[in-house]
Write a protein that binds this ligand. Structure first.
Ligand SMILES: [Zn+2]
Ligand SMILES: [Zn+2]
Length: 354
């Protein structure tokens, strides 16, 4: 979230002119380049404090800022994407009608600036072993992103300079012309509605305030994620425009399949070979689970394909607490070769069951 100019100065929105001045003096001293030589972050902060004070100490500019929520493309977010940032002022209901007819026409000669645009969401994938998907992991996720320029901090102005109030529109962002009953306003062609112009563009981003950069995020992957689980990192996507918030980074987990388990919801299915006598008479078999081998009782008369449930040994549940189950599927083993003794026993059994 970009901070508001009030946040920059650390004052409340309703702060008095005096409070604003005091806050500014304190911060200006703290971040002044003379006392922070070579400290880029302090320099950047100093500029932000200057800009904030420039707007908030001027009644007109402050009013406009309060109304439209943004100046220099880095104020508080105004209306979201698709939001309407048009004020028809005294036109009242007529505004709608004229708005529809003239489209871009704004009434009242009020300040109109480019609408804040939220940055795009970015999707990327992260590969995980089946084991890691169950126990959770920390993954480094590299992404190529458009971010605020590292040299100018997104202002587009060469460091040491700041955007200045547009001389064409005096910072209003609009120019008006009278047409009959109404004064029609258009976005100022010089500053394109920004209200400020950059006299010396940043040498790195050529004034765009943005750059492409490879960033690596460390993503905490919760135990129990599935193939295709989406992890949303708020505000880590593409940078917004005109003070709009950044988009999100969506990390999609790609989980390798396991040679042992098949995942079904939060349950894990495992095939368990059971000898014919054990299936018929009952007995015990060893079943692998993610936390070690478990001894499972096979009831007498178990048929091939029967599912036996081992509670709470499955995958951790992403929503809520606890774990799914391990489902052991009985796979009756038919002997391919039998020795003499076994043959006699089986023949006897064959006679008995018919
Ligand atoms: Zn730049
Ligand atoms: Zn202008």
């Amino acid at each position: 979230m970009p901070e508001s100019l009030y946040d920059t100065l650390g004052v409340k929105k309703g702060a008095s002119a005096d409070e604003i001045k005091k806050a500014y003096r304190k911060l200006a001293r703290q971040y002044h380049p003379d006392t922070n030589q070579g400290d880029k972050a302090a320099e950047e902060r100093f500029k932000q404090v200057q800009t904030a004070y420039d707007v908030l100490s001027d009644d007109e500019k402050r009013k406009a800022y309060d109304r439209f929520g943004s100046t220099n493309g880095r104020g508080a977010p105004g209306p979201g994407p698709g939001g309407v940032n048009v004020d028809f002022g005294d036109l009242g209901d007529l505004g709608d009608i004229f708005g529809n007819i003239f489209g871009n026409v704004r009434g009242g000669g009020r300040r109109a600036r480019p609408q804040p645009v939220r940055g795009a969401d970015v999707e990327t994938e992260v590969r995980l072993s089946f084991e890691d998907s169950l126990r959770g992991a920390e993954a480094k996720v590299p992404v190529e992103l458009t971010v605020a320029c590292s040299q100018c901090g997104g202002t587009g102005a060469e460091p040491g300079t700041a955007p200045v109030i547009c001389p064409e529109c005096n910072g209003r962002g609009v120019v008006s012309e009278s047409q009959g009953l109404f004064a029609l306003s258009q976005p100022c062609p010089r500053c394109r509605g920004n209200g400020t112009v950059i006299e010396k563009p940043c040498s790195k981003c050529h004034g765009s305030g943005r750059e492409r950069r490879r960033r690596t995020f460390t993503v905490k992957i919760k135990p129990g994620v599935k193939d295709g689980t989406q992890i949303r990192l708020k505000g880590k996507g593409e940078v917004g425009q005109h003070g709009g918030p950044s988009g999100d980074l969506i990390v999609v987990t790609r989980v390798e399949s396991s040679p042992t388990y098949e995942r079904r919801g939060d349950d894990l299915i495992v095939q368990v070979p059971v000898s014919f006598p054990t299936a018929a008479l009952g007995g015990k078999v060893e079943v692998p689970t993610p936390e070690g081998v478990v001894s499972l009782k096979i009831p007498a008369g178990s048929e091939d394909g029967k599912l036996l449930r081992i509670k709470g040994r499955g995958a951790p549940k992403l929503a809520g607490k606890g774990k799914g189950d391990v489902l052991a599927r009985v796979r009756i083993q038919v002997p391919k070769r039998v020795n003499k003794k076994e043959r006699e026993l089986l023949e006897e059994l064959q006679k008995a069951v018919g």
